[in-house]
Design a protein around this ligand. Structure first.
Ligand SMILES: [Zn+2]
Length: 81
């Protein structure tokens, strides 16, 4: 499928620096990952659930030019399925 085959929805995120609309990185700073383990009879452990807490900021970066797209992060999360 060619990108030009479909009309771009107006809300497509496009890097204002280089025009990239394909690759993006989300970077979370100061992440605390808590994992709950149950110890089994034989002494092995089974992870029950984990919880990720982001204490720092979350950045959105362009995958092409590494430009800071954090101002679009809110929109990014709304379009995350
Ligand atoms: Zn870019």
């Amino acid at each position: 499928m060619q990108p030009n085959d479909l009309p771009s929805p107006a809300n497509r995120l496009i890097c204002p620096h280089c025009g990239n609309e394909h690759d993006f990185y989300e970077i979370a700073e100061d992440v605390v990952i808590t994992t709950h383990y149950i110890q089994n009879q034989d002494g092995s452990f089974t992870p029950e659930d984990d919880d990720t807490q982001v204490l720092g900021g979350i950045k959105l970066l362009c995958g092409q030019c590494q430009g800071d797209l954090s101002e679009f992060h809110q929109r990014f999360t709304e379009m995350l399925f």
